[in-house]
Structure formats: structure tokens, C-alpha cells
Design a protein around this ligand. Structure first.
Ligand SMILES: [Fe+2]
Ligand SMILES: [Fe+2]
Length: 191
């Protein structure tokens, strides 16, 4: 069963992100290896996990990396473009649903795009973050986990209306609400 991202044991921010990349890889495999409702359920966990992971990177990790890497603006701009492209593909997959005959070919392309994006982060971005030292890496892990714990990915059945539950589940809604909460917590909702 997927571990909720904020409960992962890593206390080093970069180790935590690499572990999440591994979990994303496992979830992709689960979708591909299953069919029917098991595939739908695995896809549901994958899209929520990705929405939370990428939002925490966009709000917390990339801004720190931008300040840590020579030519940080160029490197981070490329990562953000990859993330936006990935988000559009994921929303398209979400609209189709796993039962659609067009799902599999698009899912295969999406998987390649996400893997390449994660490799670029690990090669071009994370080494500079590692160089910031243990105290900063512990702080980074804490910030990422705090952000992920705020993500509205676990609606309580019966408490919210069916419509609201659906909204909570969509990638766009999870991204928007997670981003809002992180920005409020960081005191920069008006930037
Ligand atoms: Fe990312
Ligand atoms: Fe990532």
C-alpha cells in the first residue's frame, strides 16, 4: 500500500524527494500491471501522490534550488515547463479514465515524461541542495512534509458531499488547494 508522502521516515529533504520518485515509479508499475477497478484505484493513488509531490517541489524545493545553482533561473524554468506539461497530460488522462482505449498509449508517454523529469531533478537540481548541509536538508524535509500533510487528498467519506469529494480528488483541485495552503503557511499568499 502506498505510504502517504508526509509519513515517509527520511529526515534529509533530498533523500525524501528521491524516495518519493521511487514511490512514483512503483505506482506507475502498479497501474500498468493491473486492470479494471484495481487499475483505476492505483491510478487514483498515483495522480494524487504526483499532484502533492509536484506542488511541494514547485512551492518549496525549486525556489531554494533556484538560489543554490549557478544559472538557477534557467534550470528551474526548464523543470517548471516539464511539470506543466506533465500536469496537462495527467489531466487529460484523468478526463479519459483508465477504461478509455486511448488511456494506455498516453499513459506510456506520460510515464516516460515523468521519469525523465525526475532524472533531470536528481542530476541538475538535487546535488546543489545536498551541498547546503545537514541542517538545511533537515529543514527542507520538515517543510516538505508539513506541506504534504496539508494536502487535501484524504477526504472523509460522509463528512463532505459527493460533489466535494470528487473535487478533492481531481488533480487540478488538489494542486490548487495544496498551493494555497502552503502559501498561506509561508505567509506569501499575496505574492
Ligand atoms: Fe518535479
Ligand atoms: Fe520530483
Amino acid at each position: 500500500m502506498t505510504q502517504r508522502p508526509e509519513t515517509m521516515p527520511e529526515t534529509d529533504g533530498v533523500d525524501l524527494l528521491v524516495r518519493q520518485h521511487q514511490e512514483i515509479h512503483n505506482l506507475f508499475q502498479e497501474v500498468e500491471q493491473n486492470t479494471g477497478h484495481r487499475r483505476a484505484e492505483a491510478f487514483d493513488r498515483l495522480r494524487r501522490f504526483l499532484a502533492v509531490h509536484e506542488t511541494a517541489e514547485e512551492e518549496i524545493v525549486h525556489p531554494l534550488a533556484r538560489r543554490s545553482i549557478p544559472h538557477g533561473d534557467r534550470v528551474i524554468q526548464a523543470r517548471l515547463e516539464e511539470e506543466n506539461k506533465g500536469k496537462r497530460m495527467l489531466q487529460e488522462l484523468e478526463r479519459m479514465g483508465p477504461a478509455d482505449p486511448r488511456f494506455e498509449p498516453l499513459f506510456a508517454r506520460f510515464r516516460t515524461a515523468v521519469r525523465q523529469h525526475a532524472e533531470h531533478e536528481e542530476q541538475e537540481e538535487f546535488p546543489a541542495l545536498k551541498a547546503r548541509g545537514n541542517a538545511e536538508l533537515r529543514g527542507l524535509a520538515a517543510a516538505i512534509k508539513a506541506a504534504e500533510a496539508m494536502a487535501p487528498t484524504h477526504p472523509h467519506p460522509g463528512v463532505e458531499s459527493a460533489t466535494k469529494n470528487m473535487l478533492v480528488g481531481s488533480v487540478a483541485a488538489v494542486v490548487d488547494r495544496t498551493r494555497d495552503m502552503i502559501r498561506k503557511a509561508l505567509g506569501r499568499e499575496h505574492r
